[in-house]
Every structure is written in structure tokens, then in C-alpha cells.
Design a protein. Structure first.
Ligand SMILES: [Fe+2]
Length: 385
């Protein structure tokens, strides 16, 4: 009898890695398409998008720029980008930006090929079959969207974030180019880095973790422990930026296969209500959720502690596991991340609907320790200070 379970493993598309690799990607994409370059106005005004479009021009690629992506992109932004694509005959997408631009671009590439209302995907329908050709250049090291099969956009009318999912949602190729991160604000470097750390931690302790996602997640945690502070201190440090880009991509691969946990399901509900940045939402709940989960998987948390540089070899598993929480708290102190609703500027009020919204989520089901409504409420209230 075969007792070893089988599982599918999903790998990302081609990666161009290193300083200047976005130019390699721009030169390599096929010349037969007309590209919609999807980005946000900030990057457009800072000239980052122009660096890419100059290379596209030199390489003889046809394109049109859509630079109106907003944070937590609403459905309307995707609709507007699709209209721009239609008017200009675009049939492929290049995303340049943070998670919002990459996720909006994924939704645009879905809309180019599938005549289905995006809201239907939010209700759980999977994207079946290929989307328009999609290429990505991340300008933050956090979401790992270049490696995942999900795009998160916002249904502003419902005050809800919705996830569009499907095996075809990963870019065909992406560039992990540290030149694209140079000089980003330290706060963005810290918050997005904590998003990547949360992906790796939640994937590593997920009920769906496997031997491949374990290696990816632990590798990401180790890199983040070594390089996040260095990068946040000096965002012109290209070596640190590259390490963080690789860590974010590894963590994305880990969680797109293993799933996430309660930090993400609670954080998404908070973000939908209070418009907190996604990285900050993760920061608010990660330590308390790790402490809650630690008794369910002490050996796993001990390995996280070790990956973050803690010396745990003479400790019992429970004590070693608790060191993972201590290590993350030290990291947060070093990054000067806010830890309370007050510090983030939120007048927080918990409702039973918010708890109800967390319980059925897929991320909640992947969490290593089952949480009832009272325990979810306690985690929501942890940052009350
Ligand atoms: Fe995340």
C-alpha cells in the first residue's frame, strides 16, 4: 500500500533575476502582441514606467500605458484598463509596480480572454483556461504576486476584497530586478517585507504544507531575517533589495501551493473595513497569531526560530517554538513597525460580522490551529494595546 500522499506542485513562469533584468524581459517578450503597460501614477511620475517603455520602444514592441492603478485596486480600475486596452488594440499585458498593479494587471489579462463578470470570480468561480499573455516587473518585495495564482481586487460597493483564482493567473515571465526597488520609502520596504514574512510563516505552518513548500518557505524566512532590516535601513542597497525580491518570490511560491492562515484572513477583513495597507495588517496580527498557533506545531515554530537566527538547540520544543514569536517581535522593533490600532490611527470597533467573515475563508481553514469565534475575536482585539 502506498502511504505517501501525492500532491500537485505549481511553479512560476520564467524568472529574469538580477540588476537590469527588467530590460532582459522587455527585450524577450514577443513582438507579435500590442501590450497594455499597467502601472500606477506614482511610478509613472517617478519615471520608473518610462525606463521600461524606453526599452520596449528600442526593442520595437508596440504598447499603450495605463497608469491609473490605485491601492487595493477596485473593480472599476480593471474595467477602465480593459476599456483602454480595447480602444488601443492591446492583447497582452506588462505589469510594473507593487502588488496592486500586478493584481490589477492579472485581472485585466483575465478580462481580455474571458467574458465573465469579475464579481463571479469573487464568488468562488475559478478562471478556466489561459488568460492574455502577462509579464510582470515587481517594484516592491512583498506580495510575491509574480509567483501566485491569485489576484486580489476590491469590490468597493460590498466593502470586500475579492480573490480571483486559477492556475493560469501566473505571469508567463517576470523580472526580479533590484534596480526597480532602489530608493523606495523605508516604510514601504518594511511593510511589504513583513507581508512576505507572513506568507512564508503561514505557508510553513499551514495544514497543506509539503516538503517542497517547506524548503521555499524556510528559505524565504532566512533571507528576510538576514536582509529585511538592512534593506529598510538603506533602500539603495541593491544586494539587499535582490535578496528581498528573491525571498518574496520564494514565499509567493510557498503560499500559492500551501495556502496561508489566520493573519491573512483577519488582515483582509481589517483592510476592507479600515483601508489599512496589507503589510501593516499583517504586522498587526502576526505575533499574536503565531503565539496562538505555536502550541499546535511547536517543532515547526522552532524551525522558524532557527531560520531567524535564534539559538534553540538546547531548548524543549515548546520553548524553542516560542522563540519564533520573540524573534519576530525583535524584527518589528528594529523596523519600528506600529503594533497597535492607535499607532496605525484606527478607531477600531469589532463587529460579529467581521468575525463571521473570517471563519469560512480558505486561509482560516489552512491555519494549523482551529479557531472558534471567540478566539478569532481575541486575535482581532490583540492590537488594542
Ligand atoms: Fe499577503
Amino acid at each position: 500500500m502506498n502511504e505517501t500522499p501525492t500532491y500537485p506542485h505549481f511553479s512560476p513562469g520564467k524568472l529574469f533575476v538580477g540588476p537590469g533584468s527588467s530590460a532582459d524581459l522587455a527585450r524577450e517578450i514577443p513582438g507579435s502582441f500590442v501590450y497594455l503597460v499597467v502601472t500606477d501614477r506614482g511610478l509613472s511620475q517617478a519615471g520608473m514606467a518610462a525606463r521600461l517603455t524606453r526599452i520596449l520602444e528600442q526593442a520595437g514592441k508596440r504598447f499603450h500605458v495605463f497608469d491609473a492603478v490605485a491601492a487595493d485596486p477596485p473593480i472599476e480600475v480593471v474595467t477602465s484598463a480593459l476599456e483602454t486596452a480595447r480602444q488601443n488594440g492591446c492583447n497582452a499585458v506588462v505589469a510594473i509596480g507593487g502588488g496592486s498593479s500586478l493584481d490589477a494587471a492579472k485581472a485585466v489579462a483575465v478580462g481580455m480572454k474571458h467574458d465573465v463578470s469579475l464579481r463571479e470570480y469573487g464568488d468562488g468561480r475559478l478562471v478556466k483556461g489561459p488568460i492574455a499573455p502577462l509579464y510582470a516587473i515587481p517594484t516592491t518585495a512583498g506580495t510575491g504576486s509574480e509567483a501566485t495564482r491569485v489576484a486580489v481586487i476590491t469590490d468597493a460597493a460590498k466593502k470586500e476584497k475579492m480573490a480571483i483564482r486559477g492556475d493560469h493567473l501566473t505571469p508567463l515571465a517576470s523580472a526580479l530586478d533590484p534596480d526597480m526597488l532602489v530608493g523606495i520609502p523605508a516604510r514601504i520596504a518594511a511593510e511589504t517585507g513583513i507581508d512576505a514574512l507572513t506568507h512564508a510563516v503561514e505557508a510553513f505552518v499551514s495544514r497543506n504544507a509539503n516538503t517542497i513548500t517547506d524548503v521555499l518557505a524556510l528559505g524565504a524566512i532566512e533571507k528576510i531575517g538576514l536582509h529585511l532590516c538592512r534593506f529598510a535601513r538603506d533602500t539603495t542597497d541593491k544586494a539587499a533589495a535582490l535578496e528581498m525580491l528573491v525571498a518574496s518570490c520564494l514565499a509567493g511560491q510557498a503560499f500559492t501551493n500551501a495556502g496561508l492562515g489566520l493573519v491573512h484572513s483577519i488582515g483582509e477583513v481589517l483592510g476592507s473595513r479600515y483601508h489599512t495597507s496589507h503589510g501593516l495588517s499583517c504586522a498587526l496580527y502576526l505575533p499574536a497569531t503565531m503565539a496562538f498557533n505555536q502550541p499546535a506545531a511547536p517543532e515547526r515554530f522552532a524551525r522558524i526560530a532557527r531560520a531567524l537566527g535564534e539559538d534553540v538547540k538546547d531548548l524543549a520544543p515548546e520553548e524553542a517554538g516560542r522563540r519564533a514569536v520573540v524573534a519576530v517581535e525583535h524584527l518589528f522593533e528594529a523596523l519600528r513597525l506600529p503594533r497597535t490600532y492607535n499607532a496605525v490611527g484606527i478607531d477600531f470597533k469589532l463587529t460579529s460580522k467581521m468575525v463571521d467573515d473570517v471563519l469560512p475563508q480558505f486561509s482560516t481553514q489552512c491555519n494549523p490551529r482551529k479557531a472558534d469565534a471567540d478566539e478569532v475575536a481575541a486575535l482581532f482585539n490583540a492590537p488594542m494595546g
